[in-house]
Design a protein. Structure first.
Length: 361
């Protein structure tokens, strides 16, 4: 009897220990709600949000779980950053240029400046030339810790239009969905800029509420069907040679995260960028071909128009630099890096003139 009692007693202790271990392990799982700036189901939802969440789960051994939500799912789009700042949600995947109303410097961090850096150059500026530290300085004031970049987009399409144009002058009076510094630039040429969240753009074009739109890369635009409602595609992407988005984390939430999991989040963000960038480059090429096959017409602005846009763009940048010392610091850093990259131009420029071959008679 004593032996049986001892076995039962030991068995109950073992079960209790196992139950405590399981419930304790469950309690240790940290969950973050992360809302993005793009709709759920958009191309970036699987390419970026879901990939990032899966990578974090694998690298953390399940200790950190990222719950992803599309734009407006948890809080209204325009309240996303405030929600992160206040801790209403733990984090957001966010494009800084949406915050130009708070500080115009955010446009630079989003890559939304006229005739800016290439994608790889932006990544190098952020990670090697002090860009991320400058970004932290700005967002730290809002109780937010930026991590990344998590996205470095390909060159964006300038415009999808409902009707064709022959030059920049033909845009006068048109209502265009466009944001950031580029909105200010085109406003100087008579455009009426308007902001709409990504999920509302297609319907606005379809119903004629807007005459054209600027949004993102060829792959992203094609995935959202913009070629169907704006088959006149205006090039090149002078306004956004690339874009940068980040994981914006509430600073208090970040401070409580164990150091090893902070490393997991940072590593997962970089892995997501590599995955997104390589895939989007390939798919943007495919998307341009699909648009052409669909019947879209590509319209390239003349050198004169591009020069005019550049001149206006630089004046606007100089204006904000004179008004905002922090903007001036960040712009100076970007320009110094841009000058450094020009040293590589003779090395990397392999273009040459090719005359169209003619069939032999």
């Amino acid at each position: 009897m004593k032996g049986r009692f001892k076995v039962k007693f030991l068995w109950s202790i073992w079960v209790g220990i196992l139950f405590f271990a399981l419930t304790h392990a469950e309690a240790q799982v940290i969950k973050w709600r992360v809302q993005s700036f793009y709709p759920g189901g958009a191309p970036y939802d699987s390419l970026v949000s879901k990939y990032f969440a899966d990578t974090v789960k694998k690298l953390s051994g399940g200790r950190l779980e990222i719950l992803t939500y599309g734009s407006g799912s948890l809080v209204p789009f325009g309240e996303t950053l405030d929600a992160v700042s206040k801790g209403t949600i733990e984090a957001a995947i966010w494009w800084p240029a949406y915050e130009t109303g708070r500080d115009m410097t955010a446009a630079i961090f989003g890559g939304s400046i006229p005739f800016g850096l290439t994608g790889e150059q932006w990544f190098s500026w952020f990670t090697q030339f002090g860009g991320i530290q400058l970004l932290e300085e700005l967002y730290g004031k809002w109780n937010i810790k930026p991590v990344g970049p998590i996205v470095i987009g390909t060159t964006q399409i300038f415009l999808h239009l409902k009707k064709p144009i022959k030059s920049l002058k033909d845009l006068k009076g048109k209502v265009i969905r466009i944001v950031g510094l580029e909105a200010e630039v085109v406003k100087e040429f008579g455009v009426k800029p308007i902001f709409l969240p990504a999920g509302e753009i297609y319907t606005a074009m379809e119903r004629g509420v807007i005459d054209g739109l600027e949004y993102a890369s060829p792959w992203d635009n094609y995935g959202l069907g913009f070629h169907e409602v704006g088959k006149y595609v205006v090039l090149p992407g002078w306004h956004s040679t690339s874009t940068a988005a980040f994981l914006m984390v509430n600073k208090d939430v970040w401070a409580k995260l164990p150091d090893d999991l902070k490393n997991v989040v940072e590593t997962a963000a970089y892995r997501t960028y590599l995955h997104q960038r390589s895939y989007e480059l390939m798919e943007s090429g495919k998307a341009m071909k699909k648009m052409r096959d669909y019947g879209c017409q590509f319209i390239r602005l003349s050198d004169e128009d591009l020069k005019a846009l550049d001149e206006v763009g630089q004046k606007i940048l100089d204006k904000y630099a004179s008004q905002n010392p922090f903007f001036a610091r960040v712009l100076k850093s970007v320009n110094e890096f841009k000058a450094l990259m020009k040293e590589l131009y003779p090395l990397e420029n392999i273009s040459y003139t090719v005359k169209e071959a003619k069939l032999a008679k």
